[in-house]
Design a protein around this ligand. Structure first.
Ligand code: SPD
Length: 277
């Protein structure tokens, strides 16, 4: 018999996204947030933090590949990478596919996300045991402040801009990110949906433009995120994601290609208007 249990993410008073649940696999309140793992009919196993969809087994590749590979194919020789957040390990898994990457640090505040992801999302978390990976259970904001000039590429794989993640969308944090990058470094942050988070995208873009000579927004399509259209913002000290795009270095992707890299920066007019300086 079909289950009548549904998971519903309420984005705002007017928008919800719903998935039929077969089974609740895990639920807990960690020191920082509520965490649930459920088995859905449509997208397989789903990770939920504070009531928001973080990732699912079946569509995670879009987000993780597009967060990781655009930045790593913009830098000509990325050796040292930092991921702030992203305790499920998806961005790390993609980052270490790049042969030049010698060190990938994960700075995740909530150790329970890492543990539960290893248990329920072995594919997404598969990179966490790689010898190049250093998992630090720590406040990512403090970690960034404490490591000036160390990284070629930094990723901000935050949760939604509520609760523990609010500071990861602040200008002061982007300044600290700039300090933690080498002189030709770049960063990429997940910056939510252009349909529902317009103020946030405008603010992030204005802040990053003030701090970095190159600031570009790009898009990908993640079915389980509200509206599906998802944005990423890159701030770069030297390399431009289109002019300096590197030949493809990884083969085993399901979404990212050289052409998708280019196409991701072709913005619909209403998104262009959001980020116009
Ligand atoms: N509303 C969805 C925002 C999720 C961003 N981070 C997801 C973490 C997956 N590694």
């Amino acid at each position: 018999m079909r289950s009548e249990l549904w998971f519903t993410e309420r984005q705002n008073d007017n928008l919800e996204i719903g998935l039929r649940i077969n089974k609740i696999l895990h639920s807990e309140q960690t020191e920082y947030q509520s965490m649930d793992v459920v088995e859905t009919e449509q997208y397989g196993t789903l990770l939920v933090l504070d009531g928001c969809i973080m990732t699912t087994d079946k569509d995670e590749f879009v987000y993780h590949e597009m967060l990781a590979h655009v930045g790593l194919h913009t830098h000509p020789n990325p050796k040292s990478v930092l991921i702030v957040g992203g305790g499920d390990g998806g961005v790390i898994r993609e980052a270490i596919k790049h042969p030049s990457v010698e060190r990938a640090v994960l700075a995740e505040i909530d150790g329970r996300v890492v543990e539960v992801s290893k248990q329920y999302f072995p594919n997404i978390a598969s990179g966490l045991s790689d010898p190049r990976v250093d998992v630090q259970i720590t406040d990512g904001i403090q970690y960034v402040k404490d490591h000036p000039g160390e990284f070629d590429v930094i990723y901000i794989d935050s949760t939604d801009p509520i609760g523990p993640a609010v500071g990861l969308f602040a200008k002061e944090f982007y300044q600290a990110v700039s300090n933690a990058l080498r002189e030709d470094g770049l960063f990429v942050a997940q910056t939510e949906s252009p349909f529902v988070n317009q103020d946030l995208i405008q603010k992030v873009h204005a802040d990053v433009r003030d701090l970095f000579p190159i600031c570009e927004l790009y898009l990908a399509y993640v079915p389980t995120y509200p509206t599906g259209m998802w944005s990423f913002t890159m701030g770069s000290k030297k390399y431009h994601p289109l002019r300096d795009q590197q030949p493809i270095r990884v083969q085993d992707t399901k979404y990212y290609t050289e052409q998708v890299h280019q196409a991701a920066f072709a913005l619909p007019k209403f998104v262009q208007e959001l980020v116009r300086g």
